[in-house]
Design a protein around this ligand. Structure first.
Ligand SMILES: [Zn+2]
Ligand SMILES: [Zn+2]
Length: 957
């Protein structure tokens, strides 16, 4: 028996083997389907991790969910493409290499741009696949043959194409703008990349002398060094304190520069003195005010946040030294009139933690409104569904208040902007490197030094990764993709940009504009004016979206619901969790805890529990194989149809057992197509078949609704609770020698097990493939369970009567077990029981299954009472029967009363709850029919039970 499972379940060994096998066999590669392939399509893009990344719990959750959905579709016959890749991650990667250089005592400028980029590529070659290697351990069923990198040649060409087209459409401009500037990274960073932190700081009050008077105007600031660049003082038009100063000038202290007093809404009379200094070069609001009043712009700091020559005697100082010096000087000269404690919201660079400085610089922008308009329309029309729905609102609010997107970054690593500057001032934007200026004919053209924001290229991936701008078959088949699963943190960075860019470029072609020679916001024309279709048809818009659905997953927190952070030291490394409990158990934990709208408080004890679940399945499989081998060695057994009626009283076999049931497990299993080969003969057979189909239905309904928790829990309860704990126990006597249907029972067991493995596979792919291969003795019908068919519920097999009957039987067995425990009956001692069941059918049911009761509750005799057992002790009451343990023990009336009282109270509470739910119209409208029916039946039962217990309490006095 070469394929026997080892005694102990060792996930590490199993998982490493399968992870390697799936990749080596290329099982998840999806060749471009040809025209006559009519299978349905499921496509999903992996949010590309940064090449610098390491797998964290968020990735693990994200990828587990994607893998479950993708495997599920694949098993249901879809062409299932999960497209992986990595992002070049501009700033992050550049910083990694800069750090490496620093350890050699070098800076990137020492190498020069070209050499530095070579170094980054080397770094990428050496370390860039760490994260995808980790993904392989998770069993992610991606198509590795299609793996891309955002700096690949074809993707870079697509990026250039997009930039040039947007430019030609008049949607890209260059402008001086106040941007968030990181002096360490020496680049502009977007609002989204700035982390705000509240810190204690100071508010300084400075008075400026008004020229030609004895008066002063007092202004307040948290950044006094910027006063060196003030070009006005603003007061509010309405503020009567300053009416008499309108039109006058102040003398800027330390600089001895005259600057005007202007009126502007920037100054709020309610706030402070009502007067504010205006520094257009160093504050975004002042910049706007400066534009309104046509003020000069004086920069006093450079790109390193050092004071420049415009800062007079402070030139060359860094911003904090300058702050000290400025304050010192102001104090000495009597201009500093106040200093207050003040909470400052400091903006810090998300990457390096340096305090950002608002800085005026020349940047490239996308005129975003036309793109945003479409991105709003597709979501408002539900061409893209965002789940959970609250993120739809957040998305729409953001999109409706969007600002132009600053797409240039002052980095070396990234997609360089395809624009060339000529000495004559002409800028040439082109797909290919130009050789001549079309204005002056000059040939000394310098490419713009900036690169594009990383999110620019990743925002294009849904179509560029499928071959755009070529009209590929892949685009035809896989675009729009079916689904995106991602975290809230990149909803604006990435999700929103993909929607804007996808809807713009994947709608029918825009006629190119006239080209935009001038740059700057003023020169932008709406694309509608340039011959693009003013209105897209519903069909075109619907099919331009990058994906049909977006599922935003929760955050993974620690067991105490704290956010994981390096500073708190509570970051869980998924690889360590996997090493401890196995990937299957870790995946199962994340799935079972993924309830919508709630963050996951990751608790290792849950993972430990799911490792035990895997272990349970393992042991059940070993039990099954032992029986297959044992029973297989016996001779032939008569076919069911030839057998006396007794054995199959409860059901008609669905198919004749035949010589197909051969004495080895391969044949035993292969003779069935999964559950279809299951032949139900007894109550437990009909019950488990019914339960299997119910659970299958539940899982197949839960997954498309992203209820990973419901799917996982349903499978767990079925596989462990019903299949392993009840069904296997119930059929054990039928597997013994001499049992007339041992082979059928064994074949049933295999068929059911095989189908249950299919059901579980998307969540626990490793252990299921391992056991599945063992069932087929290493010679399975497909190369992997991942390629086998997923179970579909057969409604005809859902047998309510069998489920009700089995519930009564289970109730009886559990009641006896509980009574035994309460009375402290020795485990091995057999005890007689007496049952009162007023309904003749129920009495017959118990009678027919007395064997199960005897075995599973250790009962040696079953008697039926003619009348109620209410007056007796050692009794458990239920709505359908009373059961009494015939066991001598002194009765403690008080204790008995206390016990009954507790039962009574519990039942009343449950009844009240049930009645309340049934009275809730919303619940009735929303809950599935079977759930409501079940609740109604339970309420009925509880009413009977409460009546019984009330009588009993009366009798006990
Ligand atoms: Zn930085
Ligand atoms: Zn020129």
């Amino acid at each position: 028996m070469p394929h026997d499972l080892p005694k102990a379940y060792e996930p590490a060994a199993i998982e490493a083997r399968w992870a390697e096998y799936w990749v080596k066999e290329n099982l998840f590669a999806v060749p471009t389907p040809d025209k006559d392939d009519k299978r349905p399509v499921f496509s999903i893009l992996l949010p590309p991790p940064n090449v610098t990344g390491r797998l964290h719990m968020g990735h693990m959750l994200n990828q587990t969910q994607m893998d479950i959905i993708t495997r599920w579709h694949r098993m249901r016959g879809y062409i299932a493409l999960w497209l992986p890749g990595t992002d070049h991650a501009g700033i992050a990667t550049q910083m990694m290499v800069e750090k490496q250089l620093a350890s050699e005592g070098k800076k990137r400028r020492d190498l020069g741009r070209e050499k530095f980029i070579e170094r980054v590529w080397e770094w990428k070659k050496q370390y860039g696949s760490a994260i995808t290697d980790q993904m392989r351990r998770l069993g992610a069923s991606v198509d590795w043959s299609r793996e891309y990198f955002t700096m690949d040649e074809n993707l870079s060409r697509a990026v250039r194409e997009v930039f040039v087209r947007l430019y030609e459409q008049g949607l890209i401009y260059r402008g001086k703008y106040i941007v968030n500037w990181c002096p360490r990274c020496e680049t502009a960073i977007s609002d989204l990349e700035v982390k705000h932190e509240e810190v204690p700081g100071k508010l300084w009050e400075i008075r400026y002398p008004v020229i030609g008077t004895n008066e002063f105007i007092t202004v307040a600031t948290t950044r006094p060094e910027t006063m060196l660049g003030d070009t006005a003082v603003a007061v509010n038009e309405r503020d009567e304190r300053y009416t008499h100063l309108h039109g006058k000038k102040v003398m800027l202290p330390l600089m001895n520069r005259e600057i005007p007093i202007i009126t502007d809404e920037l100054a709020q009379p309610e706030f402070g003195t009502g007067a504010v200094k205006v520094t257009p070069a160093h504050d975004p609001n002042d910049f706007e005010a400066g534009l309104r009043a046509n003020l000069p712009v004086i920069e006093v700091m450079d790109e390193h946040a050092q004071m420049n020559q415009n800062a007079g005697r402070f030139a060359g100082m860094d911003r904090y030294t300058a702050r000290k010096e400025v304050l010192e000087n102001l104090r000495e000269q009597g201009f500093l009139v106040g200093e207050k404690d003040y909470t400052v919201a400091l903006g810090k660079c998300d990457r390096c933690g340096t305090v950002v400085e608002p800085r005026l610089s020349m940047q490239w922008f996308i005129k975003i409104q036309p793109l945003a308009d479409r991105a709003i329309e597709v979501v408002e029309n539900d061409y893209i569904r965002i789940i959970p729905a609250n993120y739809r609102t957040i998305y729409l609010n953001w999109m409706k208040n969007i600002h132009d997107w600053c797409i240039s970054r002052q980095l070396w690593w990234g997609h360089r902007i395809p624009a060339w500057h000529c000495a004559c001032g002409k800028i040439i934007v082109s797909r290919e490197t130009p050789t001549k200026c079309h204005k002056c004919g000059g040939s000394e053209l310098k490419q713009d030094p900036d690169v594009l924001d990383t999110w620019f290229s990743s925002g294009l991936l849904p179509f560029t990764a499928l071959g755009w701008p070529e009209p590929t078959r892949d685009l035809e088949v896989f675009y729009p993709t079916s689904l995106l699963i991602t975290g809230f943190d990149i909803l604006f960075f990435w999700v929103a940009r993909m929607i804007m860019l996808g809807c713009w470029f994947m709608a029918p072609p825009q006629k190119p504009g006239t080209g935009n020679e001038h740059v700057g916001a003023g020169a932008i024309a709406r694309p509608g004016a340039q011959g693009a279709p003013a209105q897209l048809s519903e069909h075109d818009l619907r099919n331009s979206v990058p994906y049909r659905e977006v599922y935003i997953h929760a955050l993974v927190r620690d067991a105490e619901r704290q956010k994981m952070s390096k500073t708190k030291g509570n970051v869980l490394d998924p690889i360590q969790v996997i090493e401890k409990y196995g990937t299957d158990a870790t995946r199962f934990t994340l799935a079972a805890m993924s309830s919508p709208g709630t963050d996951i408080a990751f608790n290792e004890s849950r993972t430990e529990g799911y490792r035990a679940f895997a272990n349970k399945i393992w042991n059940a499989a070993r039990f099954m194989f032992m029986n297959v081998d044992r029973i297989g060695s016996w001779g032939a057994e008569p076919a069911l149809s030839e057998r006396p009626a007794g054995g199959s009283r409860m059901g008609t076999p669905t198919r004749e057992a035949s010589s197909e049931l051969r004495p080895d497990r391969t044949e035993c299993a292969r003779s069935h197509t999964g559950i279809a080969g299951f032949q139900s003969a007894t109550l437990e057979d009909r019950w488990i078949l019914s339960r299997f189909n119910s659970v299958t239905r539940e899982v197949n309904e839960a997954l498309p609704a992203y209820r990973f928790d419901e799917a996982a829990n349903a499978i767990y309860d079925f596989f462990w609770g019903e299949f392993c704990d009840w069904y296997i126990e119930l059929i054990k006597p039928r597997l013994t020698q001499g049992s007339p249907d041992a082979k059928t029972t064994c074949a049933n067991l295999v068929a059911l097990f095989e189908s249950s493995l299919r059901l579980l596979h998307p969540v626990m792919p490793f252990i299921t493939d391992e056991i599945w291969h063992a069932i087929y003795d290493g010679n399975p019908p497909q190369k992997s369970l991942a390629l086998a068919a997923y179970p579909q519920a057969d409604e005809k097999q859902i047998d309510k009567a069998a489920e009700t009957h089995m519930a009564i039987l289970q109730d009886l067995i559990v009641s006896v077990r509980n009574l035994r425990a309460e009375l402290k009956v020795e485990t091995k001692a057999k005890v007689p029981v007496e049952v009162f069941a007023p309904d003749a059918d129920i009495q017959a049911l118990i009678e027919q299954n007395r064997g199960a009761l005897e075995r599973l509750a250790n009962v040696d005799e079953l008697r039926f009472a003619a009348s109620s057992l209410e007056k007796l002790s050692n009794v458990r009451h239920t709505a359908r029967f009373d059961v009494r343990l015939l066991y001598e023990q002194k009765i403690d009336v008080a204790a008995e009363r206390e016990k009954i009282k507790k039962e009574f109270e519990k039942a009343e509470k449950e009844l009240a709850n049930g009645e309340r739910q049934l009275g809730n119209e919303q619940f009735i409208a929303k809950a599935p029919g079977p759930v409501v029916d079940k609740l109604r039946a339970r309420v009925e039962e509880l009413r009977i039970l409460i009546e019984k217990l009330r009588k009993k309490l009366d009798e006990l006095g």
